[in-house]
Write a protein that binds this ligand. Structure first.
Ligand code: PDD
Length: 281
């Protein structure tokens, strides 16, 4: 395997960053995960746009143009011979003597790109059965709209899910509303067949997969309501599912101890999963 590190393609086993990288010390950086489907980077333009926004919000300099970065992503995919899988891109504020404020000198941002293959059959298998999710209290900061590498609450939530034999954890705010998953956006289908997902203005990450599914649902004439929903509603929903670049549209069949619908993946989730690539770019 090959990784891209600050301008060089190096063997993955020797790909390293400096001990004083601010990403390592302060989680002072952002990232993107892009799906690779049949050798193609899915929704590259949108991922690059979101990266640009994350960088801007944190006042980290753009390391290179979106076009150049796109080239690095595709080259990393090519060098690793990935046809189906994902590419990971991380940009941190760079290397400087440990001190909380931004470095005074014009430090170049540090860029890392890795790619790996994922067997599409594995994901298809979980989609056939559906996954279980648990709920955990929302305990993140209020800038989760930034795709920062500061993911400790997400890591702890996801581990809690693993410990409970589930695949994902949904964060729930103090009013009982689901915000999103540890690494996915959350959706339900109500008893009238309406698709419900939280607005992405704040409080969640605006998932690229979420945007594609919103457009796809509209195209297919599925009524969609962007509003917060509670755990109680979700437990009584006809269907539930999560979306992300790695899970695409993944049906949820259990939330904590509540079986969703008839305990099998729902038809709307199935349809959206099946048609996903007709809408994605
Ligand atoms: N996670 N919400 C959170 C907190 C996420 O971390 C992610 C993506 C999403 C879905 O976004 P998208 O559809 O653009 O992948 C929502 C990536 C896959 C990860 O951390 O691995």
């Amino acid at each position: 395997r090959i990784a891209y590190v600050n301008g060089r393609y190096v063997p993955h086993a020797y790909a390293q960053v400096h001990v004083e990288d601010r990403g390592y010390q302060f989680s002072d950086g952002v990232y993107e995960v892009c799906e690779v489907h049949d050798g193609h980077l899915v929704d590259e333009t949108r991922h690059m746009a979101r990266l640009g926004r994350s960088l801007k919000e944190l006042r980290i300099r753009e390391p290179m143009s979106a076009k150049a970065l796109g080239h690095v992503l595709r080259e990393t995919v090519r060098r690793n011979r990935v046809r189906n899988g994902l590419v990971y891109l991380q940009v941190t504020r760079g290397v400087a003597k440990r001190d909380h404020p931004f470095p005074k000198d014009d430090v170049p941002p540090a860029v890392v790109v890795t790619a790996r293959a994922i067997d599409p059959k594995k994901s298809a298998k979980s989609a056939e059965n559906g996954i279980s999710v648990i709920t955990v209290p929302e305990n993140r900061w209020d800038r989760v709209d930034i795709k920062s590498v500061s993911l400790l609450p997400n890591v702890l939530a996801r581990q809690a899910a693993e410990d409970a034999g589930a695949s994902e954890a949904w964060f729930v705010d103090t009013d009982g509303y689901v915000t999103e998953g540890s690494a996915t956006n959350a959706w339900i289908v109500d008893q009238d067949g309406r698709l419900i997902t939280r607005p992405a203005e704040f409080g969640i990450l605006r998932g690229i997969t979420r945007t594609v599914v919103v457009d796809l649902a509209a195209r297919e004439g599925v009524e969609i309501v962007e509003r917060p929903f509670t755990v109680e509603e979700a437990r009584k929903a006809r269907e539930a599912f999560v979306t992300s670049a790695t899970k695409l549209v993944m049906p949820v069949v259990k939330i904590d101890d509540a079986v969703i619908g008839n305990g099998k993946p729902g038809s709307i989730a199935g349809k959206l999963r099946e048609l996903f690539y007709t809408q994605a770019e």
